[in-house]
Write a protein that binds this ligand. Sequence first.
Ligand code: ADP
Ligand code: MG
Length: 560
Amino acid sequence: ATHTETHGFQTEVKQLLHLMIHSLYSNREIFLRELVSNAADACDKLRYQALDNDALYGNDSELRIEIEHDTDAKTITLRDNGIGMSRDDVVANLGTIARSGTAEFMKSMSGDQQKDSRLIGQFGVGFYSGFIVADEIIVRTRRADLETDQGVEWTSRGEGEFSVADIERAERGTEIVLHLKDDAVEFADDHRLRSLITKYSDHIELPVRMPRVEKDDEGNEQVHWETANSATALWVRSKSEVSDEEYKNFYKHVSHDFSDPLSWSHNKVEGKLEYTSLLFVPGRAPFDLYQREAARGLKLYVQRVFIMDDAEQFLPLYLRFIKGVLDTNDLSLNVSRELLQQDPQVDKLKSALTKRGLDMLKKLAKDPEQYQTFWNQFGSVIKEGPAEDFANREKIAELLRFSSTHTDSTTQDQSLAQYVERMKEGQSKIYYLVADSFNAAKSSPHLEIFRKKGLEVLLLTDRIDEWLMSHLTEFDGKSFADVAKGDLDLGDVENEEEKKAQEETAKSKEELVKRVKEALAESVQEVRITHRLTDSPACVVLPEHEMGYQMRKMMEAAGQ
Ligand code: ADP
Ligand code: MG
């Protein structure tokens, strides 16, 4: 090895390594999933680039992953004949964390190991997870388009620095040698490795091979490479052949999440559009759900060839939490992110997948407990839906859940359908109230008359709620009414006698109204006698078409 250089890890990598080694102890085996998944990604990349440049295959076109171990030397070696890395690639990829949002992620660490280990799962631990079980890692690699003297060797003990050197390397692709810590030698075991491959890598389309040593008739040792996984892409198999366990493991592979998904939907479609989709609803929100630049979207395959991660063109923003795979015959193999933006097939696929996503959520809603978990994590994202996707607003409205005076609980668990079912005779509108906090909503003077008359009011306290209500016009033929705006029309719920009494009161108090108006002068538009209060003496009401409180605040925050 020549031209050896030592580099320090990026600060975030040091923090990540420290955290990982301490918080993932009980989950150490995931290192294999991560390294196999990188090897599979590298083969996918080679296959994709070779579409334009067949020479990349050289004389070795059978893509594969190999795993072997040496019990005496306490090592595990993973090998792939994928795309490989150049010296610059190695320094960039195995010395920093390139993924966006790293800084935010690090900030969200609490120091509480239990919590942090859950967070780190959402983040995806990747290559560095090797250091959970190894006290030294050596990577030897050569990029497929470079000469054999342009191999690179990367070495690190995971303690703050790594070194890189030039090496001669005949094979393209990457070999990773893990020198196991004394307390992790259990992984250098044939049986253990095979069972981990079945658990984490069965669905990987490439063969993952392990050696089996046999003695021939003359007593010479012979190595046979055996494929240890089933090596068919999971989404290609038919639903009835895939177990729940396999779906769950596949979800963890595509999402880098540790915990199980809440549900999934696997569909093969033939006809005008031809695609297979496998979509998952995660059990919890990623830390960067509200970051504009956060990675989202599906893994895109065209005719089983991997094209790209995070293809965001196939789902609307309000379903951005959905993870999964789209494999289609309707796009060309040399499609790129730029081309995707112009391809009319993309819109068709997007609207088909949006329906699938919404249907999957509708199904999930049949299990109220599971759905509540979903709603607590992703409800405010779904609330972006009616504004973004007018065509599906009814389906989206069915998925919404609210707090309401019916339960007077902060839990958003009441559907519009339930509200409508409870509507009073003569009631024609769905009433709602927007406020800054649940307590402010619950004790709002605007509710007094509604409580007295036994009319239910939805209590909306999320930042997005006013935006949502400005795009929801009706549900089940009933329009929505903000109880804090304009004249109160309680429909036929009020009887004639009440109305008469109200008019008389108004007349007798005209003099009072005049005096209050003079006292408040410029601060208000109008002073009116109201029947909406039963206990409080007065309240502020917004004109019907005025922007609400939340919207005003949002506009102010945006500098308008
Ligand atoms: P991620 O896979 O999410 O990008 P990782 O930490 O697992 O993050 O890997 C970091 C990067 O290192 C990869 O994106 C890839 O560029 C490179 N890499 C890792 N393993 C390999 C490999 N076996 N072959 C080629 N490149 C690899
Ligand atoms: Mg990875």
